[in-house]
Design a protein around this ligand. Sequence first.
Ligand SMILES: [Zn+2]
Ligand SMILES: [Zn+2]
Length: 149
Amino acid sequence: MMNKERKIELFKEKCQTKGIKLTPQRLLIYEELINSTEHPTAERIYSSITQKFPTISLDTVHRTLETFCTIGVATMAEGLGNSKRFEGNMDNHHHVHCVQCGMIHDVYDANYDQLLVPPQVSQEFKILKKIVHLEGICRKCQTEYENMD
Ligand SMILES: [Zn+2]
Ligand SMILES: [Zn+2]
């Protein structure tokens, strides 16, 4: 895994080669994204940068994150519309999602990386990415459950 300085360097390079202007807002949004391990929504990032950039709109943050996905410096973890979850972790990995609190953890597993695509799928699709999505209840939420009885 890359350190943050290196990621930011690569981000700057990518903006340049893709012809995306490197504004302070974009850099800040990118930094927020890679500093977070929680696969934040646009709203989450918006609320944490709005003190520094009171004029920025949620829509701008959302469009910026989508631009990041298009140029390949971020990816969408899951979700649709406004509940899309983004991340700047471009390493090959999988997810476990807590159905209770919505937290998403990264999962690294060599067996998952090597999953075979069923032939009936590979005949129809050119597969770009294989991600295993696990759902469960995280430790914190399990404790809350136990305390309820
Ligand atoms: Zn949870
Ligand atoms: Zn992830």
